[in-house]
Design a protein around this ligand. Structure first.
Ligand code: AHR
Length: 550
């Protein structure tokens, strides 16, 4: 049975209460229940726009139907790319998009996806074996209609950086060199550059970010960390550059395994510490999938339902997702054992909740699930975690952009909707490029019964970033029953004015669908700024507070 939060709602504001103070701490006994204390003179680092990145794998409905509809489609499109998707994504400032996988990447021959479209081969998709018998042919047999050119075109329309994942399992290292050459060599210089120009892309793509394999401990080759480090070195040594500094990203752990990270970094260093300097990032994947309340570790049996859940499942998925913070800290520490000056940054290029099949709006879409308010809260929590570690996390990509897992968008033929997760990205875009500052969020813990044992969840979390004279605060209230009135205390500035936006719904299962596209949308929230700053954070909500500072 759920216990109500032991929560003290703030008393009425008192005259003479200081809004903010440059030096002395402020007493605020009237509202001891919840507060957000922002320490403006404690910067944490710049929030890279790249942590607001996306992941697009050639998996079921992600590319074909989700992104690519074709130039001759009745669905409005720009050069074959779904127009409504472009329009919506522009609102969230998508800094980076990763492609073509995922596991697909280590089965992909990039040459299949270039050149005249009528000559491109059809290939069995990596994910073919798990496609429904009535799934569209393009999901089972890759028509290669969408390849490197179309992906870069997609990124250009979004003003986003492309992040390509190279095939380390089933192509030789030379093909990696050649893909870089195709993308980045100047027109007229090489045969591949001429091929690119002939396709209408005279200007080089200047792709900077390259993943060197994906999940190389599993679908990307089943390597040991030592074997993978040797492959990684071979793939990344003397890759030709064409004026664009290449940023290589190694395939890191998938469940937080410390031995994968330690084994890789130690093997790299065995060849000399300079080997580490050739790396830009170390990927980290984390899916919150086990809602069994500790009963099993079985990948299929442990999953929960995306839309039919009780409040305990709500807290359990947040608990699983919240492991992100300890994973960031622990892998950072392990990397630091070898990479003592922390040259290599973390790249969390797959994250999100993963539920069992059954909730897809398009039932033939493999791994599609229907995001609810729970996933919006999960996503806000995760983005706040990244914001709090700007010196460690350089890139993050939500898995995945459309029609798969923690989708921001769902689409099928001419139908489209923005999910609650998509709305969270729109709200959080305001953090991009800001100076993260330390902020302490406190509220009483939430207590609940996990099977027959008492369990608890944190009561309030968030992050803060400064943009000249504007402070952006985001806060997650995970409690399913009680609202919070959180007093906001600023150390180092005064508040002139402010506003808030809230994403919530009366029902924790609320979601947007093709026929009910507005069930969960951000709305103006309640923010008191007269004598003290108090934000009203409804139960089960994500809130963004924007404060203009004096
Ligand atoms: O996102 C789906 C899959 O999850 C990816 O292909 C793989 O990298 C991960 O295991």
């Amino acid at each position: 049975m759920m216990k109500r939060r032991d929560f003290l709602r703030g008393a009425a504001t008192s005259a003479g209460f200081l809004l903010a103070c440059k030096s002395a701490p402020i007493a605020f006994a009237q509202n001891a229940g919840a507060r957000i204390e922002v320490l403006l003179d404690e910067p944490l680092g710049t929030i890279s726009p790249n942590i607001y990145g996306h992941f697009t794998e050639n998996l079921s409905g992600v590319i074909y139907d989700g992104i690519w509809v074709g130039e001759n489609s009745k669905v409005p499109n720009i050069s074959g790319i779904r127009k409504e998707l472009i329009d919506e994504m522009r609102k969230i400032k998508p800094a980076m998009v990763r492609y073509p996988g995922g596991c697909f990447a280590d089965s992909y021959d990039w040459r299949d996806g270039i050149g005249p479209v009528e000559k491109r081969p059809r290939r069995t998709n990596f994910w073919n074996g798990d496609e429904a018998p009535d799934a569209p042919a393009a999901h089972r047999y890759d028509p290669n209609r969408f390849g490197t050119n179309e992906f870069v075109q997609f990124c250009r329309l979004l003003d986003a950086q492309p992040y390509l994942a190279a095939n380390l399992r089933s192509l030789p290292a030379q093909e990696f060199d050649r893909w870089v050459e195709y993308c980045n060599s100047p027109a007229g210089s090489t045969t591949l550059a001429d091929q690119r120009a002939a396709a209408g892309f005279k200007e080089p793509f200047n792709v900077r970010y390259w993943g060197v394999g994906n999940e190389s401990w599993g679908c990307g080759g089943n390597f040991t960390p030592q074997e993978y480090a040797i492959e990684y070195r071979r793939f990344t040594t003397w890759v030709p550059e064409y004026g664009t500094k290449l940023q290589f990203i190694g395939a890191g752990p998938g469940g937080g395994e410390p031995e994968w990270t330690r084994g890789f970094f130690e093997e790299m260093a065995r060849k000399g510490k300079n080997q580490i300097k050739s790396m830009y990032g170390w990927a980290l994947h984390h899916y919150a999938w086990n809602l069994s309340r500790g009963k099993t570790q079985d990948w299929d049996a442990g999953k929960g339902d995306a839309v039919n859940f009780d409040p305990v499942d709500w807290y359990e998925v947040l608990r699983e997702g919240d492991r992100m913070e300890s994973m960031i800290n622990s892998h950072w520490q392990i990397m630091g054992e070898v990479d003592t000056d922390h040259h290599v940054k973390l790249v969390v290029d797959e994250w999100g909740p993963w539920y069992r099949p059954g909730s897809a709006l398009t039932p033939t879409d493999q791994l599609e699930q229907l995001p609810t308010l729970r996933d919006a809260v999960f996503s806000g929590m995760t983005l706040d975690t990244f914001n709090r570690h700007p010196e460690k996390v350089a890139i993050a990509c939500c898995a995945q952009l459309i029609n798969c897992l923690n989708s921001l968008y769902l689409a099928h033929e001419d139908r489209f909707c923005v999910t609650p997760v998509g709305h969270v990205f729109a709200m959080y875009a305001a953090h991009q490029g800001g100076q993260a500052v330390r902020a302490e969020f406190s509220a009483p813990s939430i207590h609940y019964q996990r099977e027959d044992k008492p369990a608890s969840s944190w009561g309030l979390r968030g992050s803060a970033s400064l943009h000249d004279k504007e402070l952006v605060l985001t806060a997650v209230n995970p409690g399913v029953t009680d609202a919070i009135d959180a007093q906001i205390i600023l150390r180092g500035a005064q508040v002139k004015s402010g506003e808030s936006m809230v994403l919530t719904a009366a029902d924790i299962h609320a979601r947007n669908t093709f026929t009910d596209r507005q069930a969960v949308v951000p709305k103006p929230g309640k923010l008191e700024t007269k004598s003290e700053v108090v934000a009203h954070l409804p139960a089960a909500s994500v809130t963004r507070v924007t404060l203009q500072l004096g």
